[in-house]
Structures are given as structure tokens and as C-alpha cells.
Design a protein around this ligand. Structure first.
Ligand code: ADP
Ligand code: FDM
Length: 212
């Protein structure tokens, strides 16, 4: 039986690494080359759970740290039926942040282990490819001031970067590190090649389960 699903592609990286810019360009390039592709982002602030998260990030409400971690995870789980449906339809999903941001950000807070933080996301659809946009915090700072949202401080972002580095040691995930300090176009070209290879490799393989 022929089975051609879309690929689940994730872009991760610290603030201002260029994730959103690159996700948009990648989706556009894939569509131009005749491959069905759509963008998703987490948190998805449009759902009820997403709205709670959004007002937490905007510091309009406070939530207990474990609670907000579980809400970020729930915000991914609520999208799983849609993710699976799109992939089954042959649509490649390009996702701006996923469970790796979830773990990296919460575990950067005092008292949280990587292991605890991973548990709620165990079993999510496993990305076929996770591209980590690597950017030195000093270069990121040149891309503009931090905004006013929660987590947007250089001290916190440095800890987040360390947590991402710990997560990238896990070889069960298909990580690719991209030098994000180059021009938008140079970064895009690398990402596009990796993504096209991943689409070709994944199309006949079943979707995996994350951290299982
Ligand atoms: P992120 O989603 O990772 O926070 P963005 O894509 O929003 O990053 O980019 C942050 C800022 O940096 C934007 O102003 C964007 O135009 C700029 N930018 C993105 N990629 C590059 C790049 N390769 N070189 C210089 N500036 C960039
Ligand atoms: N974030 C994002 C988390 O703390 N946990 C998560 O699971 C995810 C997906 O939320 F500071 C953080 C990371 C970032 C913020 O910002 C979302 P953007 O600008 O919408 O990506």
C-alpha cells in the first residue's frame, strides 16, 4: 500500500534566533515547489488554553509554575488530532517551537528537572526533524531589545540555551544545529535542503512518538 504522509518539522532556538522568519520562508518555498505545507506555532494563543498562556506571558495573570508547564503541554495535546489529520493528508507542518521549548523554559526555573518537565509531552507526535537555530546571545541582542513578555531577559535566556544543549544530547530525536548568525538567505538555504530530505525520508515511515 502506498502511504505518503507529510513531515513534522520543528524549528527551535532562543529568542530572536530567527525561528518565525525561517518558518515563514520555509513554508513559502515548499509551497512554491509544489509541496503542500503549513505553519503552526506553539503556544497557539488562539485556543482557550492558549489565551490563558498568552495572558500569563503578557504578565496579565500569574500561574503557578507547574500549572503553566502543564498548560503549555495541554496546548500541544489539543492540537494533536489536527496535526495527525494534516500529516495524513500529505501536508508538511513547519512548527515554530514545540515540546523542546516547553522543557527548556520550565527547567530553566529553579527546582525543575529535565525529566519532570518532559513527562507531560511523552507520546506527542515525534518530529521527523528538529532544527535548532544556534545564536550567540550577544548577536541576538543586536537584533533588537527584548520585549516586555515574561522570560525575555538575557539571564533567563542563557539558562534556556543550556537546557536546550542538554536536550540535544538525546540521539532519539533527529536534531540538526544550524548556524543562525548568517544572512536570512544562507540560513534559509540550509533549512530548505534539510527539510526536503526529511520530507522524502519520512513520507513512507510511520509517525513516531516523542520520548517513548
Ligand atoms: P524568533 O522567532 O526566533 O524570535 P524572528 O524570526 O522573530 O526570531 O527574528 C527576530 C528579529 O531578527 C527580526 O527582527 C528579524 O527580522 C531579525 N532576523 C531574523 N533572522 C535574521 C538574520 N539571519 N540576520 C539578521 N536579522 C535577522
Ligand atoms: N514557551 C513556549 C514556554 O515556556 N513553554 C512552551 O511549551 C512553549 C512552546 O513561551 F518565551 C515560552 C517561550 C517564549 C514564549 O513566545 C512564547 P513566542 O514569542 O510566542 O514564541
Amino acid at each position: 500500500m502506498s502511504y505518503r504522509r507529510g513531515a513534522l518539522i520543528v524549528l527551535e532556538g532562543v529568542d530572536k534566533a530567527g525561528k518565525t522568519t525561517q518558518c515563514k520562508q520555509l513554508v513559502h518555498a515548499l509551497q512554491q515547489s509544489g509541496r503542500p505545507a503549513e505553519m503552526m506555532r506553539f503556544p497557539d494563543r488562539t485556543t482557550q488554553i492558549g489565551q490563558l498562556i498568552s495572558s500569563y506571558l503578557e504578565k496579565k495573570n500569574n500561574l503557578e509554575d507547574h500549572t503553566v508547564h502543564l498548560l503549555f503541554s495541554a496546548n500541544r495535546w489539543e492540537m494533536v488530532p489536527l496535526i495527525k489529520k494534516k500529516l495524513d493528508q500529505g501536508i508538511t507542518l513547519v512548527v515554530d517551537r514545540y515540546a523542546f521549548s516547553g522543557v527548556a523554559f520550565t527547567s530553566a526555573k529553579p527546582g525543575f528537572t529535565l525529566e519532570w518537565c518532559k513527562q507531560p509531552d511523552v507520546g506527542l507526535p515525534k518530529p521527523d526533524l528538529v532544527m535548532f537555530l544556534q545564536l550567540n546571545p550577544n548577536v541576538a541582542a543586536e537584533r533588537g531589545e527584548f520585549g516586555t513578555e515574561r522570560y525575555e531577559t538575557s539571564v533567563f535566556q542563557r539558562t534556556v540555551q543550556q537546557r536546550f544543549e542538554q536536550l540535544m544530547k538525546d540521539t532519539s530525536v533527529n536534531w540538526k544545529v544550524i548556524d543562525a548568525a548568517r544572512s536570512i538567505e544562507a540560513v534559509h538555504n540550509d533549512i530548505k535542503v534539510l527539510c526536503e530530505n526529511s520530507i522524502n525520508e519520512s513520507e513512507n515511515l510511520p509517525l513516531g512518538e516523542l520520548w517513548k
